[in-house]
Design a protein around this ligand. Structure first.
Ligand SMILES: Cc1ncc(COP(=O)(O)O)c(C=O)c1O
Length: 322
């Protein structure tokens, strides 16, 4: 397999590779003897240039594939994959891997966790009602309650995941989605995924689980009945604090999978972390709601990871005594 970069845009005649153009949009190399492209290829490249004949200068030609795209050519003349925003081999590999890990049918990669969440929310029609657990990542809260409330007329009921009766009672005729984060950020509330998936099925609602904090190593919502899993892959899935990324996986719902693929085109580290959700991740939630949800200035979140425990204890002791 050869991977051609943007300075070697391939030209095709049918599915035969006939040459490349360089980064100046000029024909720079032709496979075989001729230094000229055949007329049909020239025509395909010059849709807006007007009448063509064999003397049309190469400088008048437009590329069939534009810069920023990369072609992967397997065995010289076959052209199986044009690498573009929606067709990238490495991204496909990542998407296949996360779909497998989560037990879903299709995976989708995004530029951030919040982009994955935003895209999944796009599955809803305007004016839909959402039931969401009452302790979610602040960005998810902002997205649903601030942004989509205004841009899409979405309404949300925030429900304690412990209270399944309240959750089911909150379902209205316009409810379309149940959004669960488990464990939640920052209070680590847990949800009974199988029971919530059952409620969603009975009421024909789309069920979504933000599985960022558990990761598929610990919990797999799709085999428990959920339709969609989202991830901030920025966190544990990446594990090195050097990537911002999001992932979504769709279970056995082909119509949701197709729609997600369409929408995708429109798209933690393992070190321990100390944060104060009140002033950081959840600062944009109204004060009253933060306090009612126990997100007080005194709440300090310790995300303890894999460092030596004694080092962590020493660090904490030093911080608290300084
Ligand atoms: C549970 C959860 N979901 C989603 C996100 C958003 O992910 P990203 O920062 O990759 O956009 C975060 C970010 O902290 C999160 O904690």
């Amino acid at each position: 397999m050869r991977l051609y970069d943007i300075s070697q845009l391939p030209m095709l005649e049918g599915d035969i590779l006939v040459g490349f153009i360089d980064k100046w949009d000029l024909l720079s190399h032709v496979e075989g003897d001729s230094r000229h492209l055949s007329l049909p290829v020239k025509e395909a490249m010059t849709r807006n240039v007007g009448r063509l004949d064999k003397r049309t200068p190469e400088s008048a030609l437009k590329p069939l594939f534009y810069r920023g795209q990369v072609a992967v050519i397997v065995d010289r003349q076959k052209f199986p994959c044009l690498v573009t925003r929606s067709d990238v081999l490495t991204r496909h590999a990542l998407e296949t891997a996360i779909a497998e890990l989560e037990g879903g049918t299709r995976g989708y990669a995004f530029a951030s966790g919040l982009t994955a969440s935003a895209t999944v929310l796009e599955l809803l029609d305007k004016d839909s009602h959402i039931i969401a657990v009452d302790d979610v990542y602040g960005g998810t809260y902002r997205l649903v309650d601030n942004v989509r409330r205004h841009s899409a007329g979405h309404r949300v009921s925030w429900i304690n995941p412990d209270n399944l009766l309240a959750l089911e009672a909150a379902i209205r005729p316009d409810t379309r989605m149940i959004w669960v984060e488990t464990p939640t950020n920052p209070l680590l509330k847990l949800a009974d995924l199988a029971a919530i998936a059952d409620i969603a099925h009975r009421h024909k609602l789309i069920s979504v689980a933000d599985n960022t904090f558990a990761s598929p190593a610990i919990q797999r919502p799709i085999p428990l009945g959920f339709d969609i899993v989202v991830h901030s892959a920025t966190k544990y899935l990446n594990g090195h604090s050097d990537v911002v990324a999001g992932l979504a996986v769709v279970g056995n719902r082909p119509e949701l999978a197709d729609k997600s693929g369409y929408l995708q085109n429109a798209v933690g580290g393992v070190e321990s972390l100390v944060s104060q959700p009140f002033s950081m991740t959840h600062a944009s939630i109204p004060l009253e709601q933060r306090l009612a949800g126990s997100i007080t200035p005194q709440l300090i979140r310790l995300s303890v990871s894999i460092e030596d425990p004694q080092d962590l204890i020493n660090d904490l002791r030093q911080t608290l005594t300084d």
